[in-house]
Each structure stands twice: as structure tokens, then as C-alpha cells.
Design a protein around this ligand. Structure first.
Ligand SMILES: [Zn+2]
Length: 155
């Protein structure tokens, strides 16, 4: 078992020949030319110091960025999905606060969205009343769109 592990670690151990974009530093480890942090590290394994590959700063940064971008893309897809499944009437998607006239009702609706956390925990409702054609659906759609955008309905 020990031999097997050692053989495995021997294969993992990286060479000291620098690849493109790397250089051999005074400490005997390979470094990244871009960020000047090591792409190798020494670790003690089974009583022997091994030189193994590790990720340099700029590569870590790049991986973090890629992960964030992937998460942002996933979130966008999720918002789109919620919009298409949650709101069936397509024109409602265009009913938004930024196209609304600043009336008392709209101000109330904005406040409702702004204080969504409180509204949700305290289970507060917003009653919209008025005759047909006075804009109840419009206000409701504005609120729904604003909340969807903030992804608050997921929390
Ligand atoms: Zn680097």
C-alpha cells in the first residue's frame, strides 16, 4: 500500500522544467511569470517532502472570476425562467416602475418592494382597489417585476 501511494505521489510530483509562462525561482520552485507567485508547493507526504503543483494567484483569480461569471449567468437564466413561467401574459413584463408615472399608488408600491424583507416576514399585504382600468394590474405587475429582478422571491 505504501509503495503504491509513493508511486502515485511520484507521478504527481511535478518536474522542475518550467512550462510556458513559468520560471524556476531561487527556492527551486516554479513560479508564474504573470503574478510571480509559485505554481508549485512543497508538502510532506509519507515522510518525504514532495513538490506538487498548486495554483498561482492570477490563476486563482481567474478561476474565481469564471465561477462568478458562471453564477451570474445561472442567475440570469433563472430570472428569465421565472419570468416566463411566473408571468404568463407577456405584456405584463413591460409594466415596470421605470415606465410608471409617479403617483401615490406607485410610491406605495415602490415602498412595498423596498421593504420586501419586512413585508415578507410580517406577512403584510398591499390592497389595490379601484374600478376596472384604473391600473391595479399595472401596479401589481410593476411590483412583481421589481421583485423578480431583485430575486427576493427566492429568499
Ligand atoms: Zn499567475
Amino acid at each position: 500500500m505504501k509503495e503504491f501511494l509513493e508511486g502515485f505521489l511520484d507521478r504527481l510530483e511535478t518536474k522542475t522544467e518550467p512550462n510556458d509562462g513559468e520560471y524556476l525561482s531561487e527556492d527551486g520552485l516554479l513560479y508564474c511569470e504573470k503574478c510571480h507567485t509559485p505554481v508549485q508547493c512543497r508538502k510532506m507526504f509519507l515522510g518525504k517532502i514532495r513538490t506538487l503543483s498548486c495554483v498561482c494567484k492570477c490563476k486563482q483569480e481567474e478561476m474565481r472570476r469564471e465561477k462568478e461569471e458562471a453564477e451570474a449567468r445561472e442567475q440570469m437564466i433563472q430570472i428569465q425562467r421565472m419570468k416566463s413561467t411566473g408571468i404568463q401574459e407577456r405584456h405584463l413584463l413591460d409594466w415596470r416602475f421605470d415606465t410608471a408615472q409617479e403617483t401615490d399608488t406607485i410610491r406605495w408600491a415602490k415602498k412595498y418592494v423596498a421593504e420586501w424583507r419586512k413585508v415578507k416576514t410580517e406577512n403584510l399585504g398591499l390592497l389595490l382597489w379601484g374600478d376596472v382600468g384604473t391600473g391595479k394590474s399595472f401596479v401589481a405587475a410593476c411590483i412583481a417585476n421589481a421583485l423578480l429582478e431583485q430575486m427576493r422571491c427566492l429568499q
